[in-house]
Design a protein around this ligand. Structure first.
Ligand code: ZN
Length: 206
């Protein structure tokens, strides 16, 4: 048999599917033909294909894990985002509900000189927007004015109406104390003024 026929038969021989007769003929040829022997050795070697198959087998579950992991990470991020958003909404709503049932505006007054002049107080409900008046727009206002315990000292306050007339003249409040204001009307703007020695004062209207 010539070399080309032997080479054509080699795959069948390696796979063990050729007849015993053919196998014997191939073996005999190889004994005497160095070229075909080399070819046979090369064909019998574990080939790159097997390595690739192994890599693929190893790769598939790895990819799958990666995809799962990716999904988990995305899910985790989404869940965190959703929970944070819901929490923020809940807190916001609690704030709105609180502000409705327990209305409160606060002011920080810095008195820098001891001229003992009246200074107007700017109140804020949210810590961002300020206004220089208090409007008791619901029955939930207690109509109390409090000098916070963290204030530096006693303050004197007075209340004016929109026309600028003093409707409650000066009254003292020591830190940590509040004063209930009687006779104030709903839906009228009241302007508060402060007089104190130099310091920092936290005034709450509830
Ligand atoms: Zn040969």
């Amino acid at each position: 048999m010539n070399c080309n026929i032997i080479k054509d038969l080699m795959p069948s021989y390696i796979d063990g599917i050729c007849s015993d007769e053919t196998g014997a003929a191939i073996e005999e040829h190889i004994e005497h033909c160095q070229e075909c022997k080399k070819t046979m050795q090369l064909m019998q070697q574990p080939t790159i294909q097997i390595v690739e198959t192994n890599v693929e087998v190893a790769k598939k579950p790895f990819n799958l894990i990666n995809k799962k992991r990716r999904l988990q990470v995305i899910t985790a991020i989404l869940m965190t985002f959703i929970i944070t958003s819901i929490s923020a909404l809940v807190i916001q709503d609690v704030g709105v509900v609180n502000q409705f049932f327990f209305p409160k505006v606060t002011a920080i007054a810095h008195i820098t000189d001891d001229s003992e002049e009246w200074q107007s107080i700017r109140f804020s409900a949210d810590g961002i927007n300020t206004q220089d008046y208090v409007i008791y727009d619901s029955v939930f206002w207690k109509k109390e004015i409090i000098n916070d315990a963290n204030s530096d000292s006693n303050v004197y306050l007075r209340v004016k109406d929109e026309k600028g007339d003093v409707i409650i003249d000066e009254f003292p409040i020591s830190p940590g104390k509040g004063v209930k204001l009687e006779g104030l009307k709903r839906k009228e703007k009241y302007f508060f003024e402060i007089k104190a020695s130099p310091g920092r004062f936290f005034i709450n209207a509830v």
